[in-house]
Design a binder for this molecule. Sequence first.
Ligand code: MRU
Length: 341
Amino acid sequence: MIDHIYWKEGVLYLLDQRQLPFRKEYVECRSLNDVTGAIKKMIVRGAPLIGIVAAYGVVVGAREIIQRKGHCSDADIQNISRKLLITRPTAVNLAWALKRMQDAYNLHKDDPDMLNILTREAISIHVEDVEGNRILGAYGSDLIDDGDTILTHCNAGALATGGYGTALGVIRAAHEKGKRIKVIATETRPYFQGARLTVFELHEAGIEVELIPDNHVGLLCARRGIDKVIVGADRIARNGDTANKIGTFMIALCAHKYHIPFYVAAPQSTFDRAIDNGDLIEIEERDGKEVKYLRKTLLTLEDVKARYYSFDVTPAKYISAIITERGIIDKPFKKNIQRLF
Ligand code: MRU
């Protein structure tokens, strides 16, 4: 398994995902600014991983303040949490993890061991995510048939989570059961999560993978080249509407047109119980420069405007089922999501 995040003696080490698959470089986070910067600059990405990193970020921030002035107040913790929360707006796992850290702080703020307790809470969030993904993977693997060709978008693997994966967790679990699977990975412009991360992970796991440009999905669905689609999620509303990497909605439409099952795999930390439907999900808009440049190479005219929405929302009606660590959620989603969580 890829060692992409670890905690050692008060320092958070993060594998710089911008450099993959060519270089394995770690970024050391010793201050709150290091952690917020790592999330904003996409040194780390993927909804569950962002939540885990933010949880460790609370510890890094609290530790920094204690070293500076001897103690950490309620206002300090709120301030740390607020700075982490605004790093990326769409993945709800971030707010979920910060709430867990806030609850742990509220319970133990007068304990002299408070910093260690917060550290243990962050580690629990991390470990539980991996355990949950394994369970989710096992449930989801029952939906996969021997010989399936599965399309996935972006990267919802070990690199996007604590270390196993959601969509790729299902694929890993099916592979571990001996099912022969071929994965079609979309490139996922402009950050290339598919080309750089999904291909890398599956290759390391010995799972057959083929890379396609994003615009090939329609043709492959029409020509019966895809048996199933499995993607991850950044936020799921109470009715099942799902935000995920931009382009997911178009894939869902193609899958629907050709009666290809379209599954979303996500842990309970991705469900937003506060919102009724996907229209209420804030969509991150990133700098157009990330579209205009491929690393340092300019791809178009320097002064042209470029637009980059990082996510879209797939309406629940295009989703066949949602795979979670509590089981597989079938339709009607509203009723079944409420019953499960
Ligand atoms: O912009 P990113 O790379 O953070 O987007 C990641 C995705 O959209 C993933 O599919 C999603 O977070 C699920 S990861 C288990």
